[in-house]
Design a protein around this ligand. Structure first.
Ligand code: ADP
Ligand code: MG
Length: 218
């Protein structure tokens, strides 16, 4: 469950970004919709504790994310949030399997190679385990990043513009995979997007609107 109220964030020398209030039940879906520059990525950074609100709060499963001290917040994020960033940030020095292994390190947990293998298998990319990120197609790299996001069975999945560079067929497949994976974990799924195809594919999702004037209509 996500509960966001009175949330604001102010970048240095900028007007505050003000976000609408929204509540999403556990296992529900939320679309952050609006043009580039509206504050969608900022909202995701607040919900995952990468940024601290200037005002208001966002509760994830009852936890006020901004209230956690820094080190605890990093561990909390690693264990509870599955983040699918717009830039995938896979380490080129490591194989696909070892990129996933890093997740355990970030969460302060012992490496579970069986869980890595199981997740790669579930996403149909077990054959890619030994490859380096540069040896993947764009779609394969996105699957690897999704596997990484799902590995610790997060309660919330945050995806930043996951369909931006995809053709219609790949867009539908990607949204289908995200939805199926979120449902399988009963995770709350949040997708930031300015892609109209996402709303068509997920007509029942809750929506939070953003615009470039940073005034938000819920
Ligand atoms: P979106 O994801 O909807 O495109 P962002 O959250 O990336 O929007 O950006 C919202 C606003 O905040 C934009 O006006 C952007 O220029 C500004 N912004 C984003 N990151 C920074 C930053 N690190 N410093 C200053 N302003 C920023
Ligand atoms: Mg963005």
């Amino acid at each position: 469950m996500i509960d966001c109220s009175g949330l604001q964030y102010t970048y240095p020398r900028s007007e505050p970004l003000r976000f609408g209030d929204v509540t999403v039940e556990q296992g529900g879906k939320l679309l952050l919709r609006g043009p580039s520059g509206g504050g969608k990525s900022t909202w995701l950074a607040l919900a995952s504790g990468l940024l601290t609100p200037s005002a208001g709060e966002v509760l994830v499963s009852g936890q006020s994310v901004g209230a956690l001290p820094a080190a605890a917040r990093d561990r909390w994020r690693a264990r509870h949030i599955g983040f699918l960033p717009q830039k995938l940030h896979l380490s080129e020095a490591l194989s696909v399997a070892d990129n996933l292994g890093l997740v355990f390190f970030a969460a302060g947990l012992a490496l579970d190679k069986a869980a890595v293998a199981k997740t790669l298998h579930a996403l149909d990319i077990a054959a890619l385990a030994a490859r380096k990120p540069s040896q993947l197609s764009g779609g394969q790299a996105q699957r690897v990043a999704l596997a990484r996001a799902l590995l610790l069975r997060p309660s919330v999945i945050l995806a930043d513009e996951p369909t931006a560079s995809l053709d219609d067929e790949a867009c539908a497949a990607s949204l289908n995979l995200l939805s199926t994976c979120a449902s399988g974990l009963n995770a709350t799924l949040v997708i930031a997007t300015h892609d109209a195809r996402v709303l068509q594919a997920l007509p029942l999702a809750r929506q939070l609107g953003f615009n470039t004037a940073a005034q938000v209509a819920a």
